[in-house]
Design a binder for this molecule. Structure first.
Ligand SMILES: C[S@@+](CC[C@H](N)C(=O)[O-])C[C@H]1O[C@@H](n2cnc3c(N)ncnc32)[C@H](O)[C@@H]1O
Length: 322
């Protein structure tokens, strides 16, 4: 059963965040969550099919291979909540395996309305399942799902796709602690984390020759034009993927091809970009196998299981709330 997504209000508006990111002293930036409007979500889905982007296939292999172990370790949950569900393909693998546990409620949380619609469609036909889409930010959604859950049976939280890598390391610790704060002891977190690998492999994944990732990144400027009355000339910006060795992360930037001035009406700003200056739009941190159990311990989880894909080094972590 699937209903219309419920809308949760974010703390800051899109216009306010664009204003603060583009008027920052030093590196200009835009929050990566705004990459995912209807067009961006469709482009992200296309990225997951690219030969260079092995991440999604690696995680899907691990979910397929270990879904029954996941069910057992998570204690046959009655509620599954997913942070950033996207199109729901990965959730389907888990939800199919959980059907033996009885009636299930699934809360997909996503800022993208289009992703939630696709997610609903993906899950049609799975019996004994109630889908409650929550359109809005991760923690607001999780708080809502936690408040509505029936006491007594554990909840499983899915946080897949290495979306945790979008946070820098200190922010990831804070975020995981916030998740933990909304869970009860014994609840489970299934966390997908992309592992460190050679820079060339990562750069090819985030700057594919067909230009799909470039379109995904540039669409953020197109979205600002559409929704906030911006006048970005997209042809005057280039997609750039960089590898930062010290932080073990890929950074996505939009590089200004020339000196230019841009106005965003709804954000009440006019900004100047120098030739070569960039707007930082996304960070994707890569993890070492050593740091993952430490991360669990720091955030009050017990690292119960870790499964690793060898073809595209990727780790699926099953943690239990202490
Ligand atoms: C990298 S994609 C991963 C999608 C899917 N989980 C997967 O593994 O393929 C991140 C997803 O999280 C959503 N998202 C990003 N930031 C968000 C936020 N702050 N709150 C809620 N959803 C967010 C995006 O719309 C997108 O669907």
């Amino acid at each position: 059963m699937a209903g219309q997504a419920r809308n949760l209000k974010p703390e800051l508006s899109f216009a306010e965040e664009v204003r603060s990111g583009l008027t920052k002293a030093g590196q200009k930036e835009l929050p990566s969550k705004y990459l995912y409007d209807d067009v961006g979500s469709a482009l992200f889905e296309a990225i997951t099919h690219l030969p260079e982007y092995g991440l999604t296939r690696a995680e899907q292999r691990l979910l397929q291979r270990h879904r029954d172990e996941i069910r057992q370790a998570a204690g046959c949950p009655a509620v599954v909540t997913e942070l950033g569900s996207g199109d729901g393909r990965k959730a389907r693998t888990i939800l199919e395996s959980l059907r033996v546990c009885g009636r299930l409620t699934y809360y997909p949380i996503d800022v993208s309305a289009a992703a939630l619609i696709r997610c609903n469609r993906e899950l049609l036909g799975l019996g004994a399942l109630t889908v409650v889409g929550l359109e809005g930010p991760f923690l607001e959604g999780l708080a809502r799902a936690a408040a509505e859950r029936e006491p007594g049976r554990p909840m499983l939280v899915l946080f897949l796709g290495s979306t945790i890598g979008n946070f820098d390391r200190p922010a990831a610790v804070r975020f995981l602690k916030s998740i933990r704060g909304l869970l009860a002891p014994g609840d489970a977190l299934l966390l997908g984390t992309d592992l460190q690998k050679p820079a060339e492999r990562l750069l090819a994944a985030y700057d594919d020759p067909a230009g799909v990732t470039a379109a995904f990144n540039l669409n953020l400027l197109a979205r600002i034009n559409r929704e906030l009355g911006g006048d970005f000339d997209l042809r005057q910006f280039a997609h750039e993927a960089r590898f930062c060795e010290a932080e073990q992360r890929i950074e996505m930037h939009l590089r200004s091809r020339r000196l230019q001035t841009v106005t965003v009406r709804e954000a009440r700003i006019t900004v100047t970009l120098r030739e070569g200056e960039t707007i930082w739009t996304e960070a994707c941190h890569k993890f070492s196998l050593r740091e993952l159990p430490e991360l669990a311990a720091k955030t009050n989880f017990h690292p119960e299981e870790i499964w690793v894909d060898e073809d595209w080094p990727f780790a699926l972590n099953l943690w239990l709330a202490k």
